[in-house]
Design a protein around this ligand. Structure first.
Ligand SMILES: [Cu+2]
Length: 96
C-alpha cells in the first residue's frame, strides 16, 4: 500500500472515530481570578454565555470559578478562557 493511501485511511478512520465525539456537551470548571462579588460573577456569566456554543455558565465569585456547559464542536475551553479574560477578569493567577 502506498504511503499516501495509508495516510488517507488513517485520516478517514480518525474522522470517523472522532465524529460522534465532536458534538457532545462538555462541562468545564474554569478558575476565574479577580471577582470580588456576585455582580462580577454575573458579568462573567453573561459574557461567557454570549459565546456561540456555550449552553450555560454558572459563575461563583466566592469560589472564584465558572462552571461552563458547552458544545465542544462549536467552542473550546481556550476560547471561553479568552472571553473571561476579555470581560475584565483573569483565568490565570496574577504573578507577583
Ligand atoms: Cu463585583
Amino acid at each position: 500500500m502506498s504511503m499516501k493511501l495509508n495516510m488517507f485511511l488513517a485520516l478517514g478512520l480518525g474522522l470517523w472515530l472522532s465524529g460522534p465525539l465532536l458534538a457532545t456537551e462538555q462541562k468545564a470548571t474554569i478558575k476565574v481570578y479577580g471577582m470580588s462579588c456576585q455582580m462580577c460573577a454575573n458579568g462573567v456569566a453573561a459574557s461567557v454565555t454570549n459565546l456561540k456554543g456555550v449552553k450555560s455558565a454558572e459563575v461563583r465569585a466566592k469560589e472564584g470559578e465558572a462552571i461552563v456547559v458547552y458544545d465542544d464542536a462549536l467552542v473550546t475551553v481556550e476560547q471561553i478562557k479568552q472571553q473571561i479574560d476579555r470581560s475584565g477578569f483573569s483565568t490565570k493567577p496574577k504573578s507577583k
